[in-house]
Design a protein around this ligand. Sequence first.
Ligand code: NAD
Length: 262
Amino acid sequence: MNLELRGKRALVTAASRGLGKASALALAEEGASVAVAGRDQARLEALVDELRAAGASDAVAVVVDLARPETFAEAVETAVSRFGGLDIFIGNTGGPASGPFLDIPRAEWERALGETLLPMVDLCHLVIPHLKKSDCGRILFITTVGVKIVQPHMVLSDSLRLAIVGLAKSLSLELADDGITVNCLCPGPFKTDRMEDLIKASMEREKIDRAAAEAIWLEEVPLGTFGDPADFGAMVALLCSPRGRFTTGTAISLDGGKSRAY
Ligand code: NAD
């Protein structure tokens, strides 16, 4: 299937590794122009080389620290002026801390709010005027399967990502007349650095070995394996392509069957 993404212009946040990087690579493989946003310029420059080698029409690195809203406007403007516009915004963030509710102080809630929900709000303010000029505007937020099935010790992630689903659904109504689709992808356990951190946290908290910790993360996954980030990227590319034009206001699980949700 030709996804007709060649020449489409995308901005991906928290793109230097994991699911953000996989999303950027999948768009590049389909010939899109991709701006990758993150904190580490050198790491992003290396990714830009990978994106070009993968087939991107163009690629650029823009420095964005999601905890520092003052970094957002220049990054969006750089991408827009380099590509001559913007069609696709992939809103990815780092994962908030895990742990039991009573161990998480208010300051940690405020930090998580400032690094997950609020940057998506601020960035939407900046990108939507440009997406409105596109004939294929797309907003896709990367959230978590925790918005469908609550997960132990993930209260920060599950709570704040539900707010992002609410944001996406509201925007999907407001932007429908502009042909802009707004959706969430809800990953279950994918083999990324974040998953590695979560497995290690389980080992330390529960005093168990690696196999037992992995089993915790897989016990409710009927397919019984961790997801491959490249498969995640493929779904991103499909939804962001013109073929995704009839899918909006929804939150799609990529979770090996974990959520069992309708
Ligand atoms: P990851 O930890 O491997 O990568 C996160 C990326 O976010 C990194 O590139 C990191 O540098 C970047 N980042 C973190 N804080 C940032 C900041 N302040 N400014 C800019 N960039 C920042 O995570 P991942 O596994 O790729 O997951 C991506 C998202 O998906 C996370 O929000 C995570 O909670 C969610 N998720 C992942 C899984 C999984 O199994 N991997 C499952 C459910 C949800």
